[in-house]
Ligand binder design. Sequence first.
Ligand SMILES: Cc1ncc(COP(=O)(O)O)c(C=O)c1O
Length: 463
Amino acid sequence: MKQVKVFLNEKDIPRQWYNLAADLPTPLLPPLGPDGKPVSPDMLAPVFPMNLIEQEVSSKRWIDIPEEVLDILYRWRPAPLRRAVYLERFLGTPARIYYKDESTSPPGSHKPNTAVPQAWYNKQFGIKRLTTETGAGQWGSALAFACKLIGLECKVFMVRISFDQKPFRKTMMQVWDAKCIVSPSNETNAGRKVLKEMPDTPGSLGIAISEAIEAAVTDPTGQTRYSLGSVLNHVLLHQTIIGLEAKKQLKMAGEKLPDVVIGCAGGGSNFAGLSFPFVADKINGANIKIIPVEPTACPTMTRGPFAYDFGDTACTTPLLAMHTLGHAFIPPPIHAGGLRYHGMAPLVCQGIVEGLLEPRAYHQLVSYEAALTWARTEGFIPAPETSQAIAAVIDEAKKAKEEGKEKVILFNYSGHGLMDLSGYDAYLSGKLTDYELPEAELKKYTKDLEKLPKAEMRKTGKW
Ligand SMILES: Cc1ncc(COP(=O)(O)O)c(C=O)c1O
């Protein structure tokens, strides 16, 4: 039998995170304030603790992982690298398909890789309480888990559509002692305004982010901060432990570098976590195809313009240079709830602009079909977000077969789908449909961007 699982010992866990900002051939455009001028770190201080702001703006290549953070991560890290031999056999592909199994964390996804350090740095800074938003519920439950272990209170604004689709995610948050509130809510000005204008809205991550930021910055004690589960540089930084482990494990499996690296991308964190250490190899000359995958219903990277935009609906965040569908975008209620964000991590977007990354979009039905093929060969039931990556993996494995090439494909198995069975139920009973964002909708939502500062597309032209 071929080796199907590669494990690292605790002693082999990476002890530093990798910061792509140090190696990007073209630097990121700075976040801008309401006056159109770059924001200074102290302007972010009401929202984030200074130790995380320092990471956000850091250009150091390697940043130490605190021992106390590692002590918590050991519960499931190093995470296994598995080889999908059963899928390979089914497809008859010469490709060797490896996946990093991030579904083994207690909340079931990659999200605690950043929830734990974020809670830890906040605690170090004297903060007592964190607020956040959650789409699919994976992030909210990850932060609830991290806050409980580290000793912080946690309040989560959960997008209404996911709250209805995934009731047990709320229970998980409660088990870890967090408060979970449906968004839009009556607890904040941002939520009340949306409810007044659109009482039946399914909600969006943009609205929930506005609520969570408002709840943090209006705490009169000053002991509450906000925590974001994706998009920002420090979040992507924490996730690079995935790719750094994978690199060691691929070597142990007798492979050199992968030919293809794939991850689904909502705000970009699991994709970046796996791929950025390999993007570094690509910058240094390696020939690797690196593919972030998104839904056609929320086509941020494949159809959204590269522009300065707010991270939230109420326009409270700094302006970030990114691919965006416009901050007012209300995505259709597809089941990949974690892939419904209007923007994308600036580091990922700069990688796209530079030509280092090749984004791709998949329909909902083909992703569920891929998920079923996976569950009926490999056995595990993937999260709907992860299924989007699997759809791309299957395409790449079929392509390798057509070309007769022994490619190494590596992807991020970002989470399990055991809390997402209502989506599978809808698919199996024929209730799901495909949805492609109509051009007129895209134009409507991106119109507001014309009033904001323009983002220059800078690239070296090497890729
Ligand atoms: C399992 C899973 N995969 C992927 C994502 C997308 O987020 P990101 O792009 O930050 O990895 C989510 C978000 O909730 C998720 O729950």
